[in-house]
Design a protein around this ligand. Structure first.
Ligand code: URA
Length: 188
């Protein structure tokens, strides 16, 4: 089966997944979006209400900021990145809460298969939930704004764009991280 078919199969599986409680409250699951040859693989936390309605990742205010941040890094969101999240269904109730450990565990295999399928070599982790999934024993603050190598892949760590919407201070840091650090600086 070619990669496009494999992705479609995986998306179907995610679309009808019932492995955790989030499947009972979701409207649509949100597998992710972007071309198979994307150079950057981006991982957020979990869909919000807009994403739940449409099945598309990062289309609300955080998504608009993410698109702008990627542009600051010289990246075209739709051509050069695949965007997904740690959990593929809206965490609720309460609306937009952090996903729980058992929900993250239930979704883990989907993310692992996506990384494999995309042959992801440069992974951008947005926020501490995404960071902890990859680096359980490490501190987010030690790695924010830096690239780190692990298992033959490179990871860039920054805040989740939702933090930049709530607080100007985080927006400035996100802008700094993306402008100065993403492209061409994978070695620091
Ligand atoms: N925030 C995320 O982490 N993922 C989305 O898809 C949307 C908002």
């Amino acid at each position: 089966m070619d990669k496009m078919n494999q992705m479609e199969e995986l998306n179907k599986e995610i679309g009808s997944c019932a492995k955790c409680r989030l499947s009972k409250t979701r409207i649509k699951s949100v597998p992710g979006e972007g071309p198979l040859d994307a150079e950057y693989f981006i991982v957020g936390q979990g869909p919000g209400a807009n994403e739940d309605k449409t099945g598309r990742p990062f289309i609300g205010r955080a998504g608009k900021l993410l698109t702008e941040l990627l542009a600051l890094a010289g990246l075209d969101r739709y051509k050069e990145t695949f965007i997904t999240s740690i959990v593929k269904c809206l965490p609720t109730p309460p609306l937009n809460r952090k996903p729980k450990p058992d929900e993250i565990a239930a979704c883990h295999d989907y993310l692992a298969r996506q990384i494999e399928l995309f042959g992801a070599k440069k992974i951008i982790l947005l926020g501490d939930v995404a960071f902890k999934e990859f680096f359980k024993k490490e501190k987010f603050s030690d790695w924010r704004g830096k690239w780190r190598e692990s298992g033959g892949r490179k990871y860039f760590i920054s805040y989740h764009p939702a933090a930049g919407i709530r607080f100007q201070k985080f927006k400035k840091i996100l802008e700094h991280d993306f402008k100065n650090l993403v492209r061409g600086n994978e070695k620091n």
